[in-house]
Design a protein around this ligand. Structure first.
Ligand SMILES: NC(=O)CC[C@H](N)C(=O)O
Length: 382
């Protein structure tokens, strides 16, 4: 019997090599390697712009079994660099499936590898701290491992990288689609709403939908928007989106904009994930790279002010150092996994942000009330 040749391999910068079966696009990609523990939502994860520059290892073994549907894309573009899974994707079995994962990945030019011992790999990621890695897929199984290792070692990493400029929108646009609801699907918001400018550092669609569902009339602006651009829309509130890369690097142009909005107006401001980190920077705090970050859909977060615990969706590799929060900025949420900061607010103004993802997609909806809180703050300020 001929030996089964591997058709894909994953080479970590420390020299560890994992062989498996390739699916999706062929070729090779280099990125930071992380793991996500969510049991559902692989399509939303792969299309979350915050994953630019990262390859995602899925710790849940059944990936691909519900296929793909355009409704679940968080953005039109391919974003995560590649995916690593335990079992090869099977034929999709779900009434919503419009296609299968390998074809969908191939169309987006993204590589998948199956047949990997994802427990061993996840331990390696935890021990090494989000390693740099190359993922290669070649149906002929010809791999030049020393060259792949050199490419992994040459990867500059995400520290100091502004990737928002790669994934933000080219031009401003209006958004009126609301969250998916049974039985109508995605309905459009009608009538006048609260005027919100959402700055797109790599926004997930479900964030924009959640704002619309909370009654907001949303105008999305590119990441490079200045305070003048933002205020030209006469907003009642400003939203700062999630996004990829290092908040300190993106903050080089975003933080002056946020600082000026805070200085020149009393508008409510709400930020999520990268938006949270950049609001913290604008208020004078610091951000740091985490060892392997938080990526999953069941992370417990305590609301310090109510004592309530919310189960949240998470996807971040940097964090706000709560020791650096200046006076007048209150820590509102903490991770019950490691005590890291998950939310802040200005003590005397409706300006706040969270590290986790209240829009879920995928994940639990426990924190959706934060969108409603933003809407209430805008109504109160009117
Ligand atoms: N989801 C996000 O917005 C991620 C923020 C940032 N890029 C981080 O990794 O921490």
């Amino acid at each position: 019997m001929p030996a089964i040749r591997p058709t894909a391999c994953l080479v970590l910068a420390d020299g560890t090599v994992f062989y498996g079966r390739g699916f999706g696009a062929t070729g090779q990609t280099v990125a930071e390697l992380c793991f996500n523990t969510a049991m559902t939502g692989y399509q939303e994860i792969m299309t979350d712009p915050s994953y630019a520059g990262q390859i995602v290892t899925f710790t849940f073994p059944h990936i691909g079994n519900t296929g793909v549907t355009p409704e679940d894309d968080e953005t039109a573009d391919p974003v995560a660099q590649g995916m690593v899974v335990r079992w090869d994707p099977t034929e999709p079995s779900n009434w919503r499936a419009m296609g299968d994962l390998p074809d969908w990945l191939a169309r987006r030019g993204r590589i998948g590898i199956g047949g990997i011992d994802t427990r061993r790999l996840t331990r390696a990621i935890r021990q090494q701290g989000a390693p740099h890695a190359v993922l290669a897929h070649d149906p002929a199984g010809a791999f030049d491992v020393p060259a792949l290792l050199a490419a992994a070692r040459a990867f500059p990493g995400l520290v100091g990288r502004d990737l928002a400029r790669d994934v933000t929108c080219a031009q401003s646009y209006r958004w009126d689609e609301m969250r998916w609801a049974w039985p109508g699907g995605f309905e459009r918001r009608e009538g006048p709403g609260l005027r919100v400018v959402a700055v797109d550092y790599g926004a997930k669609r479900n964030i924009l939908r959640s704002l619309a569902s909370a009654g907001c009339d949303v105008t999305v602006l590119p990441a490079s928007a200045t305070a003048e651009d933002v205020l030209a829309h006469d907003p009642q509130g400003v939203f700062l989106s999630n996004g990829p890369g290092d908040p300190a690097a993106t903050g080089e142009y975003a933080v002056p904009m946020i600082g000026q909005v805070l200085r020149d107006t009393r508008l409510p401001v709400f930020g999520i994930c990268l938006g949270h980190q950049m609001l913290a920077l604008a208020l004078g705090a610091k951000t740091v790279k985490m060892n392997h970050g938080h990526h999953g859909a069941n992370h417990p977060v305590r609301d310090v002010e109510t004592g309530k615990v919310q189960i949240t969706s998470m996807n971040h590799g940097f964090t706000v150092d709560s020791q650096t929060l200046p006076q007048g900025v209150v820590e509102t949420h903490v991770s019950l996994f490691d005590g890291s900061n998950c939310g802040i607010r200005m003590a005397d103004r409706p300006v706040w942000s969270v590290q986790h993802h209240p829009e879920a997609s995928p994940g639990p909806m426990d924190s959706f009330h934060l969108f409603e809180r933003f809407a209430t703050a805008m109504r109160d300020a009117a």
